[in-house]
Design a protein around this ligand. Structure first.
Ligand SMILES: NC(=O)c1ccc[n+]([C@@H]2O[C@H](COP(=O)([O-])OP(=O)(O)OC[C@H]3O[C@@H](n4cnc5c(N)ncnc54)[C@H](OP(=O)(O)O)[C@@H]3O)[C@@H](O)[C@H]2O)c1
Length: 311
């Protein structure tokens, strides 16, 4: 099990299972299978509406004795409607109840920008925006650690300026910033920035949402569909997804590929039995086009929208 050390001394397993859009009828089996074959890091979120099924899977595996709680690294996230300090602990308690856990290993602020509490989860107009400052949210996150409800706390989709503000005002440092990372959008600048501040980057959308990327306008075509990457993969007797994931972990990050397909869950975990040559890394580096899959552009006029600066 490869792991990265966090700034509080704890460890995050390098490969995790993503669960966004893993539907409630399939995610339990996916998580159970993942734990059976060695995954210890599971990424979910209040927003994904599947914490209950993720929790059912974890419960089964704990009961069967396949794994002990302390061997697992469970991540969930606070959604944008609940950024007020007073809402953070209750929302984590709600997630914990669904997950049937006493604590999560990592609790993240899903996005730096907030919506009003009674607004839609993805509101369609700016009257639903809230300008609660994420520094207020962070105070609630710190309370979660003090109460023992989260071992570690972190950020997601925060830019360099926002991370700096948190670092200048926090009592407990964020351990992770979870952001999109794939060869089309390799985030080398932000990864370096985080490394210098002892923050681990977790890369989401590592496979560039391969299927969706084919028929979604504005979504860059996933690198796992690139014929040159397929050629590289054939050279090593691996798949394109394995080559891409192997490349991403060489950037010093953890990655959370999502799948509900057993063969792919297995495939995505088997990436440490080969090394990419310098010419292959060079090719994957050259795929960077600074195009995001997950840009949340409808909210680009929000005061705390993160992607208005380069990193
Ligand atoms: N913090 C955030 O704002 C944020 C945003 C987005 C995602 N995330 C997290 O990051 C995780 C991963 O990102 P993502 O789900 O958006 O995208 P992704 O992992 O890049 O892509 C998932 C897609 O790739 C397919 N796939 C998986 N393994 C494959 C393989 N070996 N070969 C070919 N196709 C494969 C999956 O299909 P099947 O499932 O059908 O196998 C699914 O359609 C999420 O699930 C979520 O946990 C976080």
């Amino acid at each position: 099990m490869r792991r990265l050390q966090l700034n509080n001394g704890l460890f995050i397993p390098t490969i995790g299972l993503g669960t966004y859009k893993s539907h409630s009828n399939e995610v339990k089996e996916a998580v159970k299978y993942a734990i059976d074959i060695g995954y210890r890091h599971i990424d979910t979120a209040w927003y994904y509406k599947n914490e209950k099924e993720v929790g059912d899977a974890i419960c089964d595996k704990l009961k069967e004795g396949v794994v002990k709680r302390e061997e697992l690294f469970i991540v969930t996230k606070l959604w944008n409607n609940f950024h007020e300090t007073k809402n953070v602990v209750p929302k984590l308690r709600e997630s914990l109840e669904s997950l049937k856990l006493d604590y999560v290993d990592l609790f993240l602020i899903h996005w730096p920008f907030a919506f009003k509490e009674d607004a839609d989860l993805l509101p369609s107009d700016s009257t639903s925006y809230s300008d609660v400052d994420y520094l207020q949210t962070w105070q609630g996150m710190e309370e979660c650690v003090k109460l023992g409800l989260a071992k570690s706390i972190g950020l997601s989709n925060f830019n360099e300026e926002q991370i700096t503000r948190i670092l200048q005002n926090c009592k407990i440092k964020p351990v992770v910033n979870q952001v999109e990372v794939n060869p089309n959008f390799n985030q080398k600048g932000l990864i370096q920035f985080c490394k210098e501040r002892d923050i681990v980057v977790t890369g989401f959308c590592p496979l560039g949402r391969s299927t969706q990327s084919i028929d979604t306008p504005d979504c860059p075509l996933s690198t796992i569909l690139d014929p040159k990457v397929k050629e590289i993969a054939e050279k090593y007797g691996k798949t394109s997804a394995q080559v891409v994931l192997r490349y991403l972990v060489t950037l010093g990050i953890s990655v959370i590929p999502k799948s509900v397909t057993k063969s792919r869950i297995l495939e995505n975990f088997q990436i440490f039995d080969f090394d990419l040559g310098p010419e292959d890394i060079h090719y994957l580096d050259s795929c960077n086009r600074n195009q995001r899959v997950s840009a949340m552009t409808p909210y680009k006029d929000h005061k705390y929208y993160p992607f208005i600066i380069e990193n």
